[in-house]
Design a protein around this ligand. Structure first.
Ligand code: EPS
Length: 390
């Protein structure tokens, strides 16, 4: 595990910070690489008023000289423009926790006398810093021909028809849609549904799919639970606020099939070992197969609803309902770059693990030498063994 990152910052504090450690030296890193994904995270139908207030301009504070990484920690800062409206102001007590948010559990855990510190840090505002880190990881992966692209497959009950849309096209088409769904018919229905939920002062969830193309076989491992790539992707994606379910490939659909129908046959065509189907989602035994990697993330409808919900006033000690709070109505389209970011981080880490990561110049030729799914790359022999001899 070579790459790590931490973030710091509260939703209405001065800024968000991220430090990404373990990047190889020699990676050209124009700031636009990060800015492009930050802009994507700010765009998406169903956002609340905050996105009109923020500009999310990234500043690189360390780890880059003359536009190129130097192998030292990358430091990133994104200012919260909304901070100016909070700074030095008297803010009313926050004593009424929202069901489903971190308000109540945060206060129990940390012993706060006001709920604000919990919601400030638990806020999905923090995902801006993750997107910045993820954009750098995506850029590193791109040097090896690996692309990470996501899109919305469903919002509420509305599901896109994606079977006919080639996997290579989906995320590009999704960017043309305000709800990031590559199926134009479903996208229209999603827009209407979100407009309706805004009127109803409620929120909507949905499912995001991310496809990674160009991965080599052999990233990840089965030797320990925490080196299985399924597990690491699952943990990374589940760490995103409001993401409550993760699926590798069609995992839940596979659970309803007999075993003979849920695997990907291994075939041989001209010395190349091929896998004509993709039930595995691109991972076997916690290791990439070299096929497209498919990860799905289920986002719950977020907890901050304009319609009041039953709760308790913890200062007054009485049952009441939650207060009006400014928030998003359906953050699912905006969460696409966040899911991409966490997946890109895990895969960049796995790639650096595999290749060693002091410099890009060392990594690139090593990448070319990785074993492929070809008979000539394997060294399997037909002979007996005594594995556990005295
Ligand atoms: C969020 C509540 C809203 C969202 C915020 C996440 O913020 P506010 O309470 O300031 O209106 O807009 O998301 C962002 C600011 C962002 O950049 O994504 C929450 O409670 O999680």
């Amino acid at each position: 595990m070579s790459l790590r990152f931490l973030t710091s910052g509260e939703s209405h504090g001065p800024a968000l910070l991220a430090i990404l450690e373990g990047l190889p030296a020699g990676l050209r890193l124009p700031v636009e690489v990060i800015q492009t994904d930050l802009n994507r995270r700010q765009r998406g139908y169903g956002s609340g008023p905050r996105m009109k207030l923020e500009k999310d301009q990234v500043k690189i504070m360390g780890g880059v000289m003359e536009g190129t990484t130097i192998g030292s920690p990358l430091g990133i800062m994104i200012e919260n423009l909304d901070h100016q409206r909070w700074k030095g102001k008297s803010i009313p007590a926050f004593a009424i926790p929202r069901p489903g948010h971190a308000d109540l559990v945060g206060a129990i855990k940390y012993g706060y006398s006001d709920l604000r510190p919990a919601l400030e840090r638990a806020s999905a505002r923090e995902t801006a810093a993750r997107v910045a880190v993820g954009a750098v990881c995506k850029h590193l992966l791109a040097q090896f021909g690996i692309s990470v692209g996501g899109y919305v497959i469903s919002i509420d009950e509305i599901e896109g028809e994606l079977d006919e849309i080639p996997v290579e096209e989906r995320s590009r088409l999704a960017e043309e849609s305000e709800v990031r769904c590559p199926d134009p018919g479903a996208a229209e229905a999603m827009l209407t549904k979100i407009a309706q939920i805004m009127q109803e002062k409620d929120t909507l969830g949905g499912v995001i799919e991310v496809i990674v193309l160009g991965l080599p076989p052999g990233l990840g491992s089965y030797v320990h639970w925490d080196r299985r790539l399924d597990a690491r992707l699952g943990a990374a994606v589940l760490s995103i606020p409001a993401i409550k379910g993760v699926e590798i490939g069609p995992a839940f659909e596979n659970s309803r099939l007999p075993g003979t129908q849920a695997q990907d046959a291994i075939r041989l065509e001209d010395e190349i070992i091929s896998r004509p189907t993709l039930h595995s989602g691109g991972l076997e035994g916690g290791i990439t197969t070299g096929q497209p990697l498919i990860v799905r993330a289920a986002m719950k409808p977020i907890a901050t609803t304009l319609t009041p919900q039953p709760t308790v006033d913890l200062a007054a000690g009485i049952e009441t309902v939650s207060n009006y709070e400014r928030s998003d109505f359906c953050p699912v389209p905006r969460a696409v770059p966040v899911v991409e970011a966490m997946i890109a981080f895990v895969l960049a880490d796995a790639l650096v693990d595999k290749l060693g990561g002091d410099s890009l110049a060392e990594m690139l030729p090593r990448f070319e030498t990785l074993k492929k799914a070809k008979l000539s790359d394997l060294s399997i022999e037909d002979r007996d063994h005594i594995w556990w001899a005295e």
